[in-house]
Design a protein around this ligand. Structure first.
Ligand code: WT7
Length: 651
C-alpha cells in the first residue's frame, strides 16, 4: 500500500490555541534557556515539586548530582502533596480488569488521590512491620492491578528501592534479578488474567526462590480459590494479613531522603548475557518525568491518560506511575491483553472511560491495523485528543493509520524517543508547538542536548547517518548499573568519550528533526521488548543438544524485529522439528515466553572471524533472506557461508 501522505502535519488551530507551548519560537526559547540557565529554568518549571534545593547541578558526565540539597520523599510528592488541594478526591487511577462479559460487563475500580494515599500508607506500614527499611531492595512481580502501583509507592515511602520484574519473565530470569539486587522481599499475586486464561505468578516466585531465597513474600489475592497456591509459613503472607500486622498509628511514615537517593532499579537487556540493573535516583528522575508528562502530552487537569505499557517496563514506571501522579493527573490502567476477548477491547475501554490521551507502541498499532478498521469503528473515540507512540520507530504507514483511524484526523501524535536509561522522554514534537514529521521523532526536550556524530566524535552533516549521543547531563539519567559501575562506564561513556552513548544510530535533518534508525549494538527490539542477543544465546546454550548459537534480528512487519537463532548442535544430535520446539521452550523457561525465538535455523558451523568473533552482519543478511555482500576475507570458513546461503535457498 503506497498512499500519498503529507510529510508535515501541523497541529490544528484549535489544538494550538489551547496548548501550553504554541509555536516553535517559544519552544526554542525555552529549550535554549534550559541549557544556558538550567538553574532558572528548573526552578520555575518545577514550581516546588522537589521542595527546597540549593544548586541545580554539580558534576559532569558520567556522574552529575542534580538538585543538590533536595530532601524529599517521592511518594509524598506524588500523593500527599495533592491532598490539601482540589485534587484530594480526584481519580488518581481508574482500573479495568480483563474479564469482560458479552454486554461489556467489566470489573472496574477507581482510587482517588485520597484513597490511593491511604492504601500506600497502609501497605508501607505493612512492609515496615516486616522490617523493610531505607535502602532495602524489594522485588515486585505483579500484573497490572492497582496494588502493583500501591506496592511501588509504598517501597518508595520507606526509602526502599523497588525493582519491578515484568510478569512475563520466567522463574530463572526472576531469580537472577533477585540475586543481583540482593532483594529482601518479593511482592506478588496468586495469578493474573492474560488473554482469557489465568497466569500463575506465585508458583513462579516459589520456583525462583529455590535458588534465590528472600525473607518475605507478600501475596495479593487476585484470582482466589480457583488458583490454589502454596504459602510457606514464616516467609509468605497474604497482602491483607500483612496490612493487619502494621502499627496503625505510625507505620508507613514517609522517610525523607537525599535527592540522589536511589529510587528504583529496573533490569534491561544489554549486549552481554546478564541483564543490567539500571539505577535511577529520586529528585532528577521525578523532575524529568514530571516535566515531560506535562509538556509532551500538553497535559490538562481534565485529562484521562492511558499509557498502555506494563509497569514492568520503564514506560510504565515513568508514564503510568511517577510522571502522571506527580502532576496530579488521572490514569487508566487495564489488566489484560488488547485482543481479549476480541480486538475491539482497547476502543471499548476508551469509550467507556473517556480516555483523552493514548500512549502506546508501534507494534500494537501495527497489530490493530492488521485486525482491521472495523474494530475501532465500533466505538466512539471522540474523547481522544492526543496520541503518543514509543518503543521503536513508527513508520509513516502506521503513523497515518493511527492519526486517521484512531485520532479521527484531529489528534496530534507525539512520537517519543527515549530509553530505560534516560528515565524520561528525550525527543518528540511538542504537540501544539511544531509540526510532526511521520517517521522522524522530532526535537530535543528541555535540558536535552543531543547530537549525531561520526565514529571519531565529530558532528555529522545534516541527513548524514551517525551515532546518537547526549552531550551533557540531564536530570533523569541513570546513575549507575547497580553493583556494576564498570559496566556503566564501559557501556555508556567509553564508546564516545565525553558523551553518553545511546546505542542508536540516527540522522538529523536541516530542520533539526532527529530520525532514529535503530540499535547499533547487539540489542534487539522485538514487539516493543528489548532483548539482548547474548541473553538469548545464553538461554539457548542451556539446552544440552546445543553446541553454539547466534541470535540476530530480522525485519518483521508486525513485531518490528523477529528473533532468529542460528544453532550448531553437539555431535550425534539430530536437527529436527522436535528439537527446534525444545530449544524454543528452553528460552521460554530461561527468560520468558515473550522472548521465544521466531525461527531456529540449524547450521554446521557459524561464520567467524579469525579471532573467533561471530560475524553477525552475514547472519542478519541471511536471516532476512538477502544474499551476503561485502568483504568475506575475514571469514574463517568460507564453506560455512556457502552452506548457510544454500540453506537459505532451500527455504
Ligand atoms: C530503545 C530503548 C523508553 C521507551 C521504551 C523502550 C528504541 C524507543 C523510540 C522511538 C525509535 C525508539 C531505541 C532505544 N526506541 N523509542 N520513538 N523511535 N526508536 O525502552 O527498552 O530501554 O529501549 O528503544 O532503539 O534505544 P528500552
Amino acid at each position: 500500500m503506497t498512499e500519498d501522505h503529507p510529510t508535515h502535519i501541523d497541529p490544528s488551530a484549535e489544538f494550538r490555541a489551547r496548548a501550553r507551548i504554541r509555536d516553535r519560537a517559544d519552544y526554542e526559547a525555552r529549550h535554549q534557556e534550559s541549557l544556558v540557565d538550567p538553574e532558572g529554568f528548573w526552578r520555575r518549571e518545577l514550581a516546588g515539586l522537589l521542595g527546597d534545593w540549593q544548586q541545580v547541578r554539580t558534576g559532569e558526565l558520567p556522574h552529575p548530582r542534580w538538585f543538590v540539597g533536595a530532601r524529599l520523599n517521592v511518594s509524598e510528592r506524588c500523593l500527599d502533596r495533592h491532598l490539601d488541594t482540589p485534587l484530594r478526591h480526584k481519580a488518581a487511577l481508574i482500573w479495568e480488569g480483563e474479564p469482560e462479559g458479552p454486554q461489556g460487563q467489566v470489573e472496574t475500580r477507581t482510587l482517588t488521590y485520597f484513597e490511593l494515599h491511604r492504601e500506600v500508607v497502609r501497605f508501607a506500614g505493612a512492609l515496615a512491620a516486616l522490617g523493610v527499611g531505607s535502602g532495602d531492595r524489594v522485588i515486585i512481580y505483579m500484573g497490572m492491578v492497582p496494588e502493583a502501583i500501591v506496592a511501588m509507592l509504598a517501597c518508595v515511602r520507606l526509602g526502599a528501592v523497588h525493582s519491578v520484574v515484568f510478569g512475563g519473565f520466567a522463574a530463572e530470569a526472576l531469580s537472577s534479578r533477585i540475586l543481583d539486587c540482593g532483594a529482601r522481599a518479593v511482592i506478588t499475586q496468586d495469578g493474573a488474567w492474560r488473554r482469557g486464561t489465568v497466569l500463575a505468578m506465585k508458583s513462579v516466585v516459589d520456583k525462583a526462590l529455590e535458588s534465590a531465597p528472600v525473607d518475605h513474600v507478600v501475596v495479593l489475592r487476585r484470582i482466589g480459590e480457583t488458583l490454589p497456591v502454596t504459602m510457606q509459613s514464616g516467609r509468605d503472607l497474604w497482602w491483607d494479613d500483612a496490612v493487619d500486622l502494621r502499627d496503625p498509628t505510625r507505620g508507613g511514615a514517609a522517610v525523607q531522603v537525599d535527592g540522589e537517593h536511589p529510587l528504583f532499579i529496573l533490569y534491561t537487556s544489554g549486549s552481554t548475557g546478564k541483564p543490567k540493573g539500571v539505577l535511577h535516583s529520586c529528585a532528577g528522575y521525578l523532575a524529568g518525568v514530571y516535566l515531560t508528562t506535562r509538556e509532551a502530552f500538553d497535559l490538562r487537569p481534565e485529562d484521562l491518560l492511558w499509557c498502555t505499557a506494563d509497569i514492568g517496563w520503564i514506560t510504565g514506571h515513568s508514564y503510568v506511575v511517577y510522571g502522571p501522579l506527580a502532576n496530579g493527573a488521572s490514569i487508566l490502567i487495564y489488566e489484560g491483553a488488547p485482543n481479549a476477548p476480541d480486538p475491539g477491547r482497547f476502543w471499548r475501554i476508551i469509550e467507556r472511560h473517556g480516555v483523552s490521551i493514548l500512549y502506546t507502541a508501534p507494534t500494537a498499532i501495527r497489530a490493530f491495523m492488521r485486525w482491521g478498521d472495523q474494530w475501532p469503528g465500533k466505538s466512539d473515540l471522540a474523547s481522544l485528543r492526543l496520541l503518543g507512540s514509543v518503543g521503536e520507530p513508527i513508520g509513516p504507514e502506521a503513523w497515518h493509520w493511527y492519526h486517521r483511524t484512531i485520532g479521527g484526523g484531529r489528534c496530534p501524535i507525539v512520537d517519543t524517543w527515549w530509553q530505560t536509561e534516560t528515565g524520561s522522554m528525550m525527543l518528540t514534537t511538542l504537540p501544539g508547538a511544531v509540526a510532526a514529521k511521520p517517521g522522524s521523532t522530532g526535537l530535543p526536550l528541555f535540558g536535552v542536548d543531543v547530537a549525531v556524530v561520526r565514529a571519531d566524535g565529530s558532528d555529522c552533516a545534516p541527513d548524514e547517518t551517525g551515532l546518537l549521543v547526549v552531550r551533557r547531563p540531564w536530570p533523569s539519567m541513570l546513575r549507575t548499573i547497580y553493583g556494576n559501575e564498570e559496566r556503566f562506564i564501559a557501556g555508556y561513556f567509553a564508546p564516545m568519550p565525553g558523551f553518553y552513548f545511546t546505542g542508536d544510530s540516527a540522522r538529523i535533518d536541516a530542520d533539526g528533526y532527529v530520525t532514529v534508525l535503530g540499535r547499533v549494538d547487539d540489542v534487539l527490539n522485538v514487539a516493543g521488548h528489548r532483548i539482548g542477543t547474548a541473553e538469548i544465546e545464553a538461554a539457548v546454550g542451556t539446552h544440552p543438544a546445543v553446541a553454539e548459537s547466534a541470535a540476530v534480528g530480522r525485519p518483521d512487519d508486525l513485531k518490528g524485529q523477529a528473533l532468529v537463532v542460528f544453532v550448531t548442535l553437539r555431535m550425534g544430535q539430530t536437527a529436527d522439528a522436535g528439537l527446534r520446539e525444545a530449544i524454543r521452550a528452553q528460552v521460554a523457561h530461561e527468560v520468558g515466553k515473550f522472548a521465544r525465538p521466531d525461527e531456529i535455523r540449524f547450521t554446521d558451523a557459524l561464520p567467524k572471524t579469525r579471532s573467533g568473533k561471530i560475524m553477525r552482519r552475514f547472519l542478519k543478511e541471511i536471516a532476512a533472506g538477502k544474499a551476503t555482500t561485502g568483504d568475506t576475507s575475514t571469514l574463517e570458513d568460507l564453506g560455512v557461508l556457502a552452506a548457510l546461503r544454500a540453506g537459505n535457498a532451500e527455504e
